[in-house]
Structures are given as C-alpha cells and as structure tokens.
Design a binder for this molecule. Structure first.
Ligand SMILES: [Zn+2]
Length: 402
C-alpha cells in the first residue's frame, strides 16, 4: 500500500550547480522534516543519499542535451495540418498502457496547499499546456499502478498518464565521437536524433530512457535515388538534410537548411509527434509530409516509429524533387535504448517554444535558451513486510551550448 502522507509537513531543499542548476524537493513519508523546510544537517543519512542518487542519474540527461542546438529541442506533441488553426498541440505526451496511474483532481494536494495556493515545482508535473485553442489541463500526482485513488486526496486515478517526450539533434555518431564539418558549413554535423521518453522498466515502474537513431542507420537500409541526385549528399545525408522540408513557416518546399522544432514554424503540410501503442507495444512516432505546392513538387516524407520497449525502429524518408529526381530510403532496425532514470513517475519537459511564458501562462518558460525538465521518481521500500514509496521531484534547467 502507499502510505498516506500529509503534504504540508515541510520539505528539504538542496541546490546544486553543475553546468546546470538542480532543485530537488524531497517529499516526506520516511522522514519527519523540520516544518521550516530548510534544515538538512542531522536529517536521516538515507535522505541525503537518495538525493545524490537522483542527481547522479540525471547527469546522463544533461550530457546529450547540453551539447545539442537549442533550436532542435522539440517537446511539443501535435497533429498539425498546415493552415488549419485548430490543429492539436500540447506541451505533454499521453503515456498509456499500464504501470502508472494519475490523480484526476486539478486541486490534487500534490501541488496545492490547504489554502489552494500552488507549489510551483509540483504544479509543473501536473500541468498540460495546450495551444490557445485548447484549454490548459491540470491533473494530480502520478502514482504506481496499485493506487486506485490518490493517497493524498482520495480522488480517482486514471491509467492514462501525462508525461513527456523530448527530441533533439546530436552530433555524436554511433561510436560516441562528436563530429564536426569543415569549410563554409563548419560546426557540429548533426548526424543523429535523440529521443528522451519513458520506456517500460523491468521493475514495474517506467524508466526515463534515451533512444538514438543516426542518418547512417538509414543508409544501411534500402536506399534508391535518381542518377545525379544533388539536392543533398545522396550517400551521406545529415538529419538536417532529411528533415528540412522547406522554408520554415511555409510549404514552399525550398530548403533553408533549418529544421523547425515547433508546429508554429513547420515547413510541412502535415506534421505529427505523438506517443501511442502498436500491437500492444508502446511507441513514439514522428511524422511529417509535404504534398507539394499546388499539387506538384517537391513531395517529401519523414516517418519514424520507435518501439519504446526494445528500441525497434521503423523509418522511411522520401524526397521527390520533380517527376524524375528523387531520393528514397527505408530501414527497420533495433538499437537498444539507454536507461537514464529508473523508477520514473513524473516527467515534464518544457521550452519557450513548447510552453511559452506569458501573463496568462505564468508557469511557462521565459528564456529562449533553456530546457526545463521536471523528473519525479518513486523508490519502493520494504519495512517489516510493508511496501512504502519515497517520492522525489527534481527540477533541472539545461542550457544547450550549440
Ligand atoms: Zn491527488
């Protein structure tokens, strides 16, 4: 069972600065913390150890995000159709398929005090920012699946939980080397894509995992192109070549060497980024297509699905420049994902593009250069046969440097 825990008992704050700033809030349940919430020295050694463990596990998240380009960080779930203002977009992704439940109460005691004032760091876990056409949704704490009601306030829980996915470019190749290009286009050579997403864990809870794919993976599949194809290097494309469909914010099909990371500046006719299931397995899909201006050319397609259990990847890319000039590639392969944070029960990633700060959205991200990650974990503990959980929430701000 999950121990009922008064939420206003106080908390401990430990701030660390690496190349990122980390703010951890431990929730009680095992330790009676000082009600002033500032005392750490003299508290249980287990508490301190756990916080260090949480930070250590997040270091792996920093590394790849730190060295990407901010303009490539995409954490907006969407089904976008060019020119259709009612296209769906959300700062969060729905994660269904077991292992977790989420409190349905917008006033969950996880992020509200007795007087209904908000604990901001916790609020970021339960808040789903949507485009102006869709209202922002507030939910409560995510719990391990045995919690049919929220232990904090008794509200019903749902098995459709709201967590997150982040996608961004990497200049690391499959061997781990950071690759740069020379000459006029000097700088990182963006040969790969990284996805941070919750995958099914072995111990009954999800885990935050890193899934990677490289343009070179695709080149090991079935690749065909018309003779003399020169719209990008036909045998050694980068992710930018594969994903740049045209001038950002238009469907003109004229490449600008940039890949939009939000639907607002999409260069595709249709663009979709979502989580779902296929054959009972959880998946993440990124899809974009360009029909061709005025029903003509160019026509482009990028369709990628990654199975979150084992990293199996189905990937197809097509660039048809004109009637006789085209480039096509297709491959299915498996790259084992890397576990970053086990026992994951909360994950919210936000950027100014996915969740912009404004007077009406004061919890959005103000700075254009940062990625805000809220990562919650729940550690099981067995005390004289009784299973209890220790919950923690870390708020991490990363500033990509490329
Ligand atoms: Zn609740």
């Amino acid at each position: 069972m999950i121990r009922r825990t008064p939420m206003n008992r106080g908390f401990t704050i430990l701030e660390m600065t690496v190349s990122v700033s980390v703010l951890t809030i431990m929730m009680g349940g095992f330790f009676v913390l000082a009600s002033t919430g500032t005392k750490l020295a003299g508290e249980s050694a287990t508490s301190v150890e756990s916080q260090k463990a949480a930070h250590r596990s997040l270091v792996g998240v920093f590394d790849s995000l730190n060295e990407t380009a901010m303009s490539s960080v995409d954490t907006t779930s969407r089904v976008f159709q060019y020119g259709v203002s009612s296209s769906y977009r959300s700062d969060r992704f729905q994660i269904s398929g077991g292992q977790l439940r989420q409190c349905t109460s917008p006033l969950c005691r996880f992020h509200t005090r007795e007087d209904l004032s908000i604990k901001r760091d916790h609020y970021w876990c339960g808040s789903e920012f949507r485009s102006p056409l869709f209202p922002t949704v507030m939910r409560g704490k995510i719990w391990p699946e045995e919690a049919e009601t929220c232990p904090l306030d008794g509200a019903y829980t749902t098995t459709t939980t709201t967590m997150d996915v982040v996608k961004f470019m990497t200049a690391r190749d499959a061997t781990g080397d950071f690759v740069t290009s020379s000459g006029a286009s000097a700088g990182p050579r963006w040969g790969g894509l990284v996805f941070l997403a919750p995958g099914p864990g072995a111990d009954g809870l999800p885990e935050l995992r890193e899934y990677r794919i490289y343009a070179s993976d695709l080149m090991e599949g079935t690749v065909t192109y018309s003779q003399g194809y020169n719209h990008f290097p036909a045998t050694s494309p980068t992710m930018v070549h594969l994903l740049d469909f045209g001038t950002d914010g238009t469907i003109n099909g004229v490449r600008d060497n940039k890949v939009p990371a939000s639907p607002t500046i999409s260069d595709a006719s249709i663009e979709a980024f979502y989580t779902g299931t296929s054959g009972g397995r959880r998946t993440v899909t990124f899809y974009k297509s360009l029909y061709g201006p005025n029903g003509g050319y160019p026509q482009r397609l990028f369709h990628l699905t990654i199975y979150l259990d084992n990293g199996e990847t189905n990937w197809q890319v097509r660039h048809i420049e004109s009637l006789l000039v085209n480039w096509n590639a297709q491959r299915t392969f498996v790259r084992e994902p890397k576990t970053l944070v086990p026992n994951l029960t909360e994950f919210a990633a936000s950027t100014q593009v996915s969740n912009p700060w404004s007077a009406t959205n004061p919890d959005g991200v103000q700075e254009s250069s940062v990625v805000r990650l809220v990562v919650g974990t729940s550690q099981p503990n067995f005390d004289q046969g009784e299973k209890t959980w220790k919950h923690s929430v870390d708020v991490v701000t990363v500033t990509p440097k490329n």
